[in-house]
Design a protein around this ligand. Sequence first.
Ligand code: 13P
Length: 251
Amino acid sequence: MRPLIVANWKCNPSTFAEAKKLFIAIDKGAKGKKAAVVICPPFVFIPGLSALRGSFLKLGAQDAFPEEGAFTGQVSIRMLKQFGCEYAIIGHSEKRALGETNEIINKKIKACLDNAIIPIFCIGESGKERKEGKTGEVLERQLELGLKGISKFRIQNSKLIIVYEPIWAISKGKDWNACDAGKARQADVLIRKIIAKLYGKLAGDNVRIIYGGSVNPDNALEFIEKAKMDGLLSGAASLDAKKFIAILSKF
Ligand code: 13P
């Protein structure tokens, strides 16, 4: 399977001119590579980048609101779809830190599935939770509550993507502090077990799981080859066209 490489630009860059330059550079460098690439820019850049999009790069949003109406500051799934967004990151730890709950995440995932947007559903433990040996229970709870009420048939037949993104491994834009491939492998096995328990073996075997947290050109291949991840979610490295293309070139 082609690895799926997702760029999460977070709240960067500052101007549309920079966003456009980065997008065009990635588009050029990504052509002919084996990986499938999804770019998730800030909302305001989506219409402009959508107009530049060729057939290679796919667009995603960093969030997606399930409803329309009196919801100040939100951007709905239908609004995003108009501009060619096919994916949405849901439940990122940086949004959870601002108060997003498992219940809200669950509503967003359901709405994405209802509207044929592929949810890129982030789960992961904090450094403290890992030290206390709670990784398994944290992942199980996030999966159980985030996917609550979604039918087995739907999970088995959706293109849902789960991201294992341990909070302690996120770079904050500076130092790489990646989880090693061994720990990522354990998380992949554990997540498949939990999904199999909740939704059956077929879902556990087939769900796409990708890794996020300090991904860079030096460690990218390990997560695919050793940890057997189906792809990567990149933050800081995706803001540097050279680094991001170097990641894509590993496959
Ligand atoms: P970094 O790649 O900068 O560690 O960010 C990871 C992340 O949060 C992607 O969603």
